[in-house]
Design a protein around this ligand. Structure first.
Ligand code: UDP
Length: 417
């Protein structure tokens, strides 16, 4: 069933304390010009993953800026989410599982059902702009029609080398949109008309429970309470349990790095998103690999490890790891850097953008390289701290939420009401 997500209230003015005026001032000016606009965001899950993380803060901030913004989640049954995960994987370049005619039927029938519910919402017809996030809800437009709004497809994944069949199929729906937004220009599939494309990288909310300041004592206490030993070095990866995030590769790299740094602990913190049927499979593989190794700790949102715990991990860990093989952006990288913690991360997708100019940590492209980089940072605390600080400054300038809001409002202003 199509559902509206309840979000809290936020005040844009409180972001002045952390966000440069060069971003805050034009944001307020642009919002003033768009005051009263009505915007709908449509996505697939209210928690667990980057899109929900973004919208949970962006939606209340837009409302505070005078843009009337609603966030809805499409409904879908397990077969639908199995198809959309397959589509997601194929768009990120996995070609072993083609999208079949039956898959297309499941996908389109669910879109039609959600479209029916959206059309019967009394507010439909009153929106000025509709943002549709990622492939899961993208076919809804084909069944609702535009209802007087401009429709924008916001792609959060790495579509630089999609499986041709999957992209050809999705393109039939995307071609009906007024504009598309990608995180990086490299992600724009070659056959999409350039005048319809905007490049907007995501951003983190510096004041959310996940990113707000937390003193060291509290952070250590939070982690101690769930079984992390505060006196020992710690590396952590926070990610959905997804093969693209390579958690088994992280375990292997950890085991190599531990030879150089005895006493090292590893935490794998993962969430189970509503739209991610692969997560359990990956979780079982990680558990089997780690159950006889007391230095490896596995946590999930289902066992109570939420935003504040993630905040503490990103703050207290000696090094944060994000060993992705493909990555749309990887909000977790900016989240860690914002806390001044150095990062070892896969040189893929949006990650190098966050760590450009040698800021924030070390980029790697193999398990051995990852182990080596972890060892380097763990044995050079001064160098690691300097990298952490350069990363924090880079996030402050480029990857805090008001910058994203400014880019999106500039886009909709350009489209016009
Ligand atoms: N996340 C979380 N708990 C977890 C795992 C992930 O809160 O156990 C959050 C993480 O902090 C980040 C988001 O989920 O805010 C993941 O976004 P990212 O862009 O890194 O990856 P995605 O899941 O969108 O591929």
């Amino acid at each position: 069933m199509l559902q509206t997500v309840d979000v809290g209230e936020l005040s844009i003015e409180s972001y002045r304390s952390v966000v440069p005026d060069q971003i805050m001032d034009p944001l307020l000016d642009t919002a003033r010009e768009l005051r009263g606009a009505r915007v709908l965001h449509l996505s697939a899950t209210p928690y667990g993953g980057g899109v929900s993380e973004l919208l949970r803060s962006a939606v209340p901030l837009y409302n505070d800026l005078g843009i009337t913004t609603t966030w809805k989640i499409i409904g879908g049954n397990p077969p639908f989410f199995t198809v959309t995960k397959k589509l997601h994987n194929a768009l990120q370049g996995e070609s072993r599982k083609p999208i079949t005619r039956e898959d297309q039927d499941v996908y389109e029938r669910t879109a039609e059902m959600n479209a029916g519910e959206l059309r019967s919402d009394p507010r439909f017809g009153g929106y000025d702009f509709v943002f549709v996030h990622d492939p899961q809800p993208s076919a809804v437009l084909s069944f609702t029609g535009k209802g007087g709004a401009s429709w924008i497809w916001r792609c959060h994944i790495d579509t630089s080398a999609p499986s041709a069949d999957a992209w050809d199929y999705l393109k039939t729906f995307i071609s009906g949109y007024d504009a598309t937004v990608f995180t990086m220009s490299q992600f724009v599939p070659p056959d999409l008309a350039p005048e319809r494309v905007d490049i907007i990288p995501p951003a983190i909310d510096p004041l959310s429970p996940k990113n707000m300041s937390l003193d060291d004592r509290t952070a250590y206490a939070v982690l101690n309470w769930i079984g992390i030993e505060p006196g020992r070095p710690l590396i952590t990866q926070v990610s959905r349990f997804d093969p693209w995030k390579d958690p088994l590769g992280v375990i292997e790299a950890f085991r190599i790095a531990r030879r150089r740094v005895p006493g090292l602990q590893l935490a794998l913190v993962g969430s189970m998103a509503l739209d991610d049927p692969e997560a359990w499979e990956v979780y079982r593989a990680i558990s089997a690999e780690s159950e006889h190794d007391p230095a490896i700790h596995v946590f999930t949102n289902l066992t109570g490890v939420g935003n504040v715990e993630v905040n503490a991990f990103q703050r207290v860990s000696t090094v944060m790891v994000q060993k992705s093989i493909r990555e749309g952006f990887g909000l977790v990288v900016s989240e860690a850097l914002w806390k001044g913690t150095p990062v070892v991360a896969g040189a893929t997708g949006g990650i190098p953008l966050q760590m450009a100019d040698d800021a924030g940590g070390l980029l790697v492209d193999s398990i051995a390289g990852c182990a080596d980089a972890i060892g380097t940072l763990l044995t050079d605390p001064a160098g690691a701290a300097a990298l952490g600080m350069s990363g924090k400054e880079r996030v402050r300038r480029h990857f805090l939420l008001p910058r994203l809001l400014l880019d999106e409002l500039t886009l909709v202003k350009g489209i016009g009401r």
